[in-house]
Design a protein around this ligand. Structure first.
Ligand code: THU
Length: 134
């Protein structure tokens, strides 16, 4: 099992690498798979603003490319005093690889601030089951 401390440190380290010349708002995400692997991602902005990508999307891409298929838990590390919860699109991205009770830890530089389950952030969600269990 990956410790939450390890996952927190991984999110913090990748946050520092974010490419954010436009928002100056760095986000890091670290996923632990049930097998104990860790995959990380940061936000990558673009001069064509809508083309930028979120930290969670980067972490999910890294997980898939690395052979992982399930999110055991995820830490999202943001800046500022507010909770940096995943955007709507990223909640759906997480949904694809997670269970209703999968933990989403929201962190700031000082530590974990709040923990949600996926179902709390994305209730009544649409997912693979909708397509397979018909
Ligand atoms: N951002 C993330 O990477 N993840 C989130 O959960 C919220 C927002 C990024 C997108 C953009 O680069 C910057 O934060 C400001 O919106």
């Amino acid at each position: 099992m990956t410790s939450l401390d390890t996952l927190f440190e991984a999110a913090k380290a990748i946050q520092a690498k974010a490419y954010t010349p436009y928002s100056r708002f760095k986000v890091g995400a670290a996923i632990a798979t049930p097998e104990g692997q860790i995959f990380t991602g940061c936000n990558v902005e673009n001069a064509a603003y809508p083309v930028g990508s979120c930290a969670e999307a980067g972490a999910i891409s890294a997980m898939i490319a690395g052979g992982g298929r399930r999110i055991g838990e995820i830490v999202v590390m943001g800046e500022g005093k507010h909770l940096v919860t995943p955007c709507g699109g990223c909640r759906q991205r997480i949904r694809e690889f997670a269970a209703p009770d999968t933990k989403i830890h929201i962190a700031g530089p000082e530590g974990i601030r709040k923990r949600f389950t996926l179902d709390e952030l994305l209730p009544f969600s649409f997912g693979p089951d909708n397509l397979t269990d018909r």
